[in-house]
Design a protein around this ligand. Structure first.
Ligand SMILES: *Cc1c(COP(=O)(O)O)cnc(C)c1O
Length: 372
């Protein structure tokens, strides 16, 4: 791991190959690689490039500034900003050919105004709320959103490029809400198309939906976690995906302590015998959750080791027993899992959350390195 004391190593080939696997399996539906939140912590620009190399034809983000970051890096592929926020710089997005989402008549008007300012029509995906009850137009409001968009399209200020929605429980295969949402989405499409809208893409499924609900693939699937080898499905991602991030660090100090030694804040770990402790320079400020206190989630020399006591802001301690560890040795906290190291999926399960929260939590203080 070079000179770094700690790093999140990102395998670009994993991202490329995960995307290629989706591209093959989802065909004829196209793949949007979701690179919001700095590519789920993997680096937005690097992840976007790897995913485009793997066959993705769209990119998805949440904020306008995330889309502009991709454009500034020279990425010209279609990009959708999935969250509509009134105060965002929509004119800048329109100028750079970024697609925007609208769920309300007000947002349709706001994007039309931004288009006038930008001097070109806004590319807009109309979002239906088919049952998540988060963003999106309700069934009652959908016809008025559609007709406002048609008016603006007729006036040349806007082009409806997409119709879309989002699942509530795609990670719970067989949940009855899935079928219900697919059916409401079909109705919403019909209403829009009857009004004369002919979108480039209709899209509904995220990673779990794309994998588990083939009838939800439509023209495009929005793959976030899957691109990085993760999923929210029970048990994690299927075997044809490879986790792309490995979080590792070097021991910065190793020492022997006697039996009965309380370790780290509040001595929540007490050594049961003379033992070797190693200090790893990663803590909760870096995104290693404090909840991992005393968890058996460290890996080196082909084995698991217990985190000894409280995970601190900047560091944590590992109990190595009588293993002759030396300062400078590398310890893996999570990785693809192939060598027996924990995965982000396992961290999520151990901490009562999902792998996404683990990888997106790895903070900016941890340098990212990339392998081709
Ligand atoms: C984040 C997000 C996705 C991607 O979800 P994954 O489960 O990571 O595939 C898709 N659609 C929307 C609207 C999102 O916010």
């Amino acid at each position: 791991m070079g000179e770094q004391y700690a790093e999140a190593e990102i395998s670009l080939s994993a991202i490329r190959e995960n995307t290629a696997a989706f591209t093959r399996r989802m065909a004829p539906a196209a793949v949007m690689a979701v690179v919001k939140a700095d590519g789920y912590g993997h680096g937005a620009v690097a992840s976007a490039r790897a995913a485009l190399d793997g066959g993705a034809t769209w990119l998805g983000v949440v904020h306008v500034r995330e889309a502009l970051e991709l454009r500034e890096a020279g990425i010209g592929a279609p990009v959708l900003v999935m969250m509509a926020i009134g105060g965002d710089d929509h004119a800048a997005a329109v100028r750079r050919g970024v697609d925007l989402s609208a769920s309300t008549v007000e947002m349709v008007r706001c994007l039309a105004k931004a288009a006038t300012e930008a001097g070109r029509p806004a590319r807009v995906h109309l979002k239906a709320d088919t049952g998540l009850n988060r963003g999106g137009a309700t069934r009652d409001d959908w016809p008025s959103v559609v007709s406002a968009a048609m008016e603006e399209q007729a006036a040349g200020r806007l082009v409806v490029t997409g119709l879309w929605s989002h699942f509530a429980s795609s990670d719970d295969p067989g949940n009855p809400s899935i079928r219900e949402q697919v059916s409401v989405f079909r109705e919403s499409i019909e209403i829009a198309e009857k009004s004369g809208i002919s979108p480039e893409v209709r899209h509904l499924g995220n990673t779990a939906g794309a994998i588990g609900v083939p009838e939800a693939r439509f023209d495009l699937v929005r793959i976030g976690g899957g691109i990085y080898g993760l999923s929210t499905l029970p048990g994690g991602a299927p075997g044809w995906l490879t986790p792309a991030m490995t979080l590792k660090a070097r021991l910065i100090q190793v020492k022997r302590v006697p039996a009965g030694a309380g370790v780290s804040y509040n001595h929540r770990y007490v050594t049961s015998r003379d033992t070797t402790l190693g200090l790893l320079p990663l803590g909760y400020a870096d995104g290693v959750p404090r909840g991992a206190t005393n968890a058996r989630l460290a890996f080196t020399r082909g084995r698991r080791w217990q985190i000894a006591g409280t995970v601190c802001m900047d560091q944590l301690v590992i109990d190595f027993g009588d293993e002759p560890m030396t300062a400078g040795e590398e310890v893996v906290l999570f990785g693809p899992g192939g060598a027996g190291e924990p995965t982000a999926q396992e961290w999520g399960e151990a901490l009562g959350t999902i792998s996404y929260e683990i990888v997106t939590g790895i903070g900016p203080r941890v340098p990212r390195s990339y392998t081709p």
